[in-house]
Design a protein around this ligand. Sequence first.
Ligand SMILES: Nc1ncnc2c1ncn2[C@@H]1O[C@H](COP(=O)(O)OP(=O)(O)O)[C@@H](O)[C@H]1O
Ligand SMILES: [Mg+2]
Length: 401
Amino acid sequence: MSGTALTAKTIEFPPKNPVAGASKVAMRLSGLTKTYPGNRFPAVKNLSLDVHDGEIVTLLGPSGCGKTTTLRMAAGLEVPDEGEIRFGDTVVVMSSAGLCLPPNKRDMGMVFQSYAIWPHMTVAQNVAFPLKSRKCPRNQIRDRVRRALELVGMAGYEDRPGPLLSGGQQQRVAFARALITEPRVLLLDEPFSSLDAKLREKMRIRVKRLQKELNIAFLFVTHDQIEALSLSNRIALMNAGEVQQLGSPRLLYENPANEFVRDFVGKTLLLRGEVQSGDSSGRLAIALHGSPDCVIYGRTYDPGGIERGKQVFIGVRPEDVEVLPAQGPVAPPGMLTGTLDVALFVGERIEYQVAVEGQGTIDIYGERHRPIEEGHKVWLKLRPDGHSAWESNRSLDEEDI
Ligand SMILES: Nc1ncnc2c1ncn2[C@@H]1O[C@H](COP(=O)(O)OP(=O)(O)O)[C@@H](O)[C@H]1O
Ligand SMILES: [Mg+2]
C-alpha cells in the first residue's frame, strides 16, 4: 500500500486539454539529469515534464530538492548531463548530440530570486530594454511598458531610478521586463518570496489574470504550497531531485501518491483502523479504532496489498471533520467520541486538540461562531468518503522540509 514503488509516470494524469483552447506543448523537458561536480547525488534525476501554452506548472518542494537547477537547465544557465529540452518544435538541448543553445536562443523570459535590475536606469528604461534591443517602434514601447507595469502594480513609477526602489519593487520591475516581449514561456524562480504577504496575494491574482490574457506557458518554482495550490494548473512535487507526483492541485491534495506528497501538501490526520472490505479500484471500507460503528472509505494506490482485517492508517484532512458538542454518552454511528483538550482561537477558525478514544490526540478545526469549551465531551463527524489509506504512519522529518 506504500506509494514508494510508484513512479511519477504511473501517477501522472495529464489532462487531455489542460486549459481550454490551449493544448500545445510550449516546453518539453525529457529525462533531465544533472549532478554538480563534486556532489555524490544528482540535483535533478530523470525529470520529464511538459508545459502547455497558457498553462501554469509549478515545481514545488523543500529547499534543495532541485527546483532551481531544473529551471536553470530550462533557461540555458545550466547544462544537463543527460536529457532533451524543446521549446515548441525547436530542440534547444540534446545532450546525446552535445547540443545546448544559450538563453537568448530560447523563446522565454525569466525572473529569478535574485534578479537584479540595472541600477543606472529608470524603471521604464529597465522594462523597455528588451524591446529597444529588438528595435521596436517608440510609441509601441511606451504603451507596452505602461501595460507591463500595470500588470505588476508599478504604474506611475516609470521615472523612478532603480536604486530608489524597495527589493520587492525591483523584483516586480524584473517581472515586467521578463513579460514585455510576450515570450512563449516564462520561467519564474520564487519571484514573490521577497514580497510581503498582502502583495504576494495580489501578485497571485495578477499572474492568474495574465495567464488568461497572454496564453504564456509558466514554469513556476516555489516552496510555498498555498502559492502552488492556488496558481497552478498542475504541480510537480519534487523531493531529492525527483518528481514524486505530477497532477492538478486537487489531485495532489485529495489523492496523494505517497507519504511524502501526503505530508508535504496540507495537513493530514492519520487515524488508525482496520480494513473491512476493499475493491479492485483501491477503495477500502475501514472501521476506526475505538468506534467500530464508525466506518469510512479511503483510497489506496496499491489495492493488491490489502486484505480484510489489516491494520491501516486513514489520512483525513482536518477540514473534513466536524466537531459537535456530545449529546449523550454514546456517539451515533459514523461518529467518534472524544474530549476537547485545548482550544486555540486563531481568527478565521478555532483549532482544537481532541483526545479521541482509540486514536490519541488529534488536531481539528472548528467554526468560530460555534465555540466549544475545553474539557467538554465532543463527537467528531467524519466525511464518509474521499480519504486516503496507508500502510504506515511514517511521517516526514521536519528537518526534511
Ligand atoms: N552550483 C552548485 N554547485 C554544487 N551544488 C549545487 C549547486 N547548486 C545547487 N546545488 C545542490 O543541488 C541540489 C539542488 O539545489 P537547487 O536546485 O538549488 O534546489 P532548490 O531550488 O529546490 O532549493 C542541492 O543539494 C544543492 O546543494
Ligand atoms: Mg531554489
